[in-house]
Write a protein of this length. Structure first.
Length: 704
């Protein structure tokens, strides 16, 4: 056997990171070793084992820095002076502050309890130093710059350095450096080599992995502690019984009769705690609701390991002839599909088409006339759907918008919420709508041939066709129909929010005036460009949108199935059970938003920023399926509100109308929410001569 290095001299220092050579610590090296770029996250190793491994990695780093000694069963403190590293120093401080002698295993287990923070912190550091990129939804990948740099440069090798170095060490004959021996020991403790090696190499190397893992005293003691704590953990953790919600109690809640799902879930959270069971009158099975800030944080951090959306979506996928869909996928294939949708959901793509969008809004608003009475829900849905069809599909679907919405609502109620029996999808009316939707689908395909798209700005359909052409098996024709429905769902959510937003704006004249002044400043010298639509220029309207989505979130909850049993806040959710993520119950909690029922756009001002508290703002969901377009949605809705305020004065009819919510299938205003146009400013230059038109007496139900 060839010996390469047996000395620890010079080998204890942290591995230089890429680019600016930041000292990469063992937890960061473990993360890079485990990063699976296809799924955008770490390899799916057992959660508790990973927690122990990260804890062990911090302890090992502290040992290498001569702050503690882990050579014996009992851990001893050698030097309490901080290392100057924010990943290690809090742990060192905790050890120094504890007067009792404790074993290494004790500390592994104790620190493992905070491993989520260690993981998050290490990921953020890797991102700050340009090694990893973060994408919305909790996805991590090697940074674009690092990937572009390729082999032979520091940044390009960051991840492969760790993985290649460790794999080569295992497959070779040399004795590893101590740091690598620690990494091998730790990685083996969470059984990571099953993923990192080819199956035949894994089998052939088992003995050597165990041997190398035991070479270094730190990895030996930490690995033993990891094993001991894992065993203890797997013996069983006592969990609490999940309380059942009493139907009687629920029926007595005002929020139920108001149709305010978020408030109802907040009421139940206060009565029953963060996990409770509801039995729907429409189903024989109980569904488990998880609610509160910590439950939302849990979904963000751990949801991917335990929850699946397949069962919620598959009925709808089947009815549209699809084998799978973006909201129904999980894991690596889901991450890949999200990437395909990313560009079309980006603010930069919308900015490229800003002029088209402003024109589209004007065309729609031009049909609103003084004296008209608008059914808010229909008018704003048509407004937003028009923009979506023009910008994402490069077509005008105004004649079909109603059909698409009716069909989508019926699918949601029948298959996702399971409220209606399946034959409701096959009524003659639904069959006729379906035929019309198929016609839309053919229109989309026919309008996106290469010849038709020459010199046209790229849209979502172009992105989807490219994905299909590059990998027809991954994304077959059969799946495209479902994907095309998604933007209409998004348009409906935006329409709902703009409808509620209009109501709130009009019923708070001071806010209306502020939004109008903002709009006047923006449009004073013609249409604003992207550079004019800076945060501060649209601040009031934007905060109005945030507050609207807090009080009336279009999507109050998400549905999932438990695929791996899990413990949420001390309650065990059984495999195969249905889970309701009550993501927006937090919007009605006093501890997040003082006087939660009060409309107050100043909550979002610097100094208050109540929505930034962890897990406190759930309008766009949590976890891997979190909305792909929150920024673009907020931006687009804000611009719509600004333009409405710019051109119109409106009033709520009757002025004392208390808003009523329709909670099915998602939260929308009832048709009884009506707005009357009091005055209108000229929308197109040719109207200018007409000047501002005053209130008229004509009352026309534009849409009803
Ligand atoms: C008021 C506007 C919107 C709201 C309230 C909203 C809300 C949400 C929520 C709560 C989810 C998560 C669903 C789940 O976890 O099951 C979601 C998913 C999604 N949203 Fe939005 N959304 C809005 C607008 C948009 C817009 C404008 C786009 C694109 C341009 C968009 C694209 C998506 C996509 C593609 C998904 C599926 C992501 C996945 O399954 O991985 N949304 N949205």
């Amino acid at each position: 056997m060839a010996f390469r290095c047996t000395s620890r001299v010079g080998q204890n220092a942290p591995t230089p990171g890429p680019g600016r050579r930041f000292p990469m610590r063992l937890p960061e090296e473990i993360i890079l070793l485990l990063l699976n770029e296809e799924s955008g996250y770490l390899e799916q190793v057992a959660g508790w084992n990973l927690s122990c491994v990260l804890a062990g990695a911090v302890l090992a780093d502290l040992d290498l820095e001569s702050r503690i000694d882990t050579a014996q069963e009992m851990l001893s403190l050698d030097d309490a002076s901080p290392v100057g590293d924010d990943l290690l120093d809090p742990v060192l401080a905790a050890i120094a502050a504890d007067p009792e002698p404790r074993s290494v295993s004790y500390w592994v287990e104790k620190i493992a309890g905070t491993s989520d923070e260690i993981l998050e912190h290490a990921l953020m550091r890797l991102s700050r130093h340009g090694v990893l990129d973060y994408t919305n939804g909790g996805f991590w990948s090697l940074s674009r710059n690092a990937a572009k740099a390729g082999n032979g440069t520091e940044s390009g090798e960051s991840r492969s350095i760790v993985r290649r170095r460790i794999v080569e060490t295992i497959l070779g004959d040399d004795i590893p450096y101590p740091r690598d021996a620690i990494i091998i020991g730790l990685a083996d403790a969470c059984d990571a080599f099953r993923f990192l090696l080819q199956p035949e190499d894994y089998e052939a190397s088992r003995e050597r992995i165990e041997l190398l893992g035991m070479l270094d005293r730190i990895s030996r003691s930490v690995a033993a502690a990891v094993a001991a704590t894992s065993v203890n953990r797997s013996i069983g953790v006592a969990t609490k019984p999940i309380p059942n919600v009493s139907l009687w109690k629920m029926l007595r809640k005002d929020s139920l009769w108001q149709g305010n799902t978020s408030k109802l879930l907040a009421d139940l959270y206060r009565d029953y705690g963060p996990v409770f069971a509801i039995k729907s009158p429409f189903s024989s099975k109980r569904a488990f609701v998880i609610a509160g800030n910590d439950a939302n944080i849990w979904v963000n951090r751990n949801g991917r390991m335990h929850l699946r959306s397949k069962e919620t979506m598959e009925g709808m996928e089947n009815v549209l002839g699809a084998s799978r869909s973006l909201p129904g996928m999980d894991g690596a294939e889901h991450f890949r599909m999200r990437k395909a949708f990313q560009m079309a959901s980006s603010r930069s793509r919308l900015n490229e088409r800003l002029g088209d969008m402003l024109q589209e809004i004007r065309l729609a608003l031009d049909s609103w006339n003084v004296g008209d009475v608008l059914v808010a829900k229909d008018a704003t849905r048509t407004l937003m759907s028009g923009q979506v069809s023009r910008l994402l599909f490069s077509m005008d679907f105004s004649d079909y918008v109603d059909d698409i919405h009716k069909y989508k609502n019926r699918m949601l109620i029948t298959y996702a919420q399971k409220i209606l029996p399946k034959f409701f999808m096959r009524t003659p009316r639904m069959k006729a709508i379906r035929r019309r939707i198929d016609r839309v689908y053919s229109m989309i395909r026919n309008s996106h041939t290469p010849a038709q798209r020459e010199n046209q700005p790229r849209d979502l359909i172009d992105d989807l066709i490219s994905l299909h052409d590059s990998d027809p098996q991954y994304f077959p024709d059969t799946d495209t129909r479902f994907m095309m429905i998604i933007p209409f769902v998004a348009a409906m959510y935006m329409g709902t929010a703009v409808g509620f937003g209009l109501y709130l704006m009009v019923s708070h004249p001071d806010i209306f005036q502020r939004v109008r002044r903002e709009a006047e400043a923006l449009f004073a010298n013609g249409d604003p460009g992207p550079e004019d639509l800076k945060e501060e220029a649209i601040d009031t309207a934007h905060r109005l949108i945030l507050e609207t989505l807090r009080i009336y979130p279009s999507v109050p909850l998400q549905l999932r199935t438990v695929m791996n049993s899990c413990i949420v806040e001390g309650y065990e959710l059984p495999i195969d059970s249905r889970v309701v993520i009550a993501s927006t119950a937090v919007h009605y909690l006093e501890e997040n938003y003082p006087e939660p029922e009060k409309f107050d756009i100043d909550r979002y001002l610097p100094g208050r920023e109540e929505h930034k508290k962890h897990g406190a703002y759930g309008a766009f969901g949590f976890g891997t399926h979190t909305c792909l377009g929150p920024r673009v949605a907020e931006y687009q809705m804000t611009i719509n509100l600004l333009m409405i305020a710019h051109y119109f004065e409106l009033e709520v009819l009757p002025s004392s109308y208390p808003v009523k919510i329709n909670p099915f299938p998602t939260c929308t205003p009832r048709k009884s929410l009506k707005l009357r146009i009091k005055s209108k400013r000229p929308i197109f230059p040719s109207d200018r001569a007409a000047g501002d038109r005053e209130t008229g007496d004509r009352e026309v139900a534009l849409t009803s």
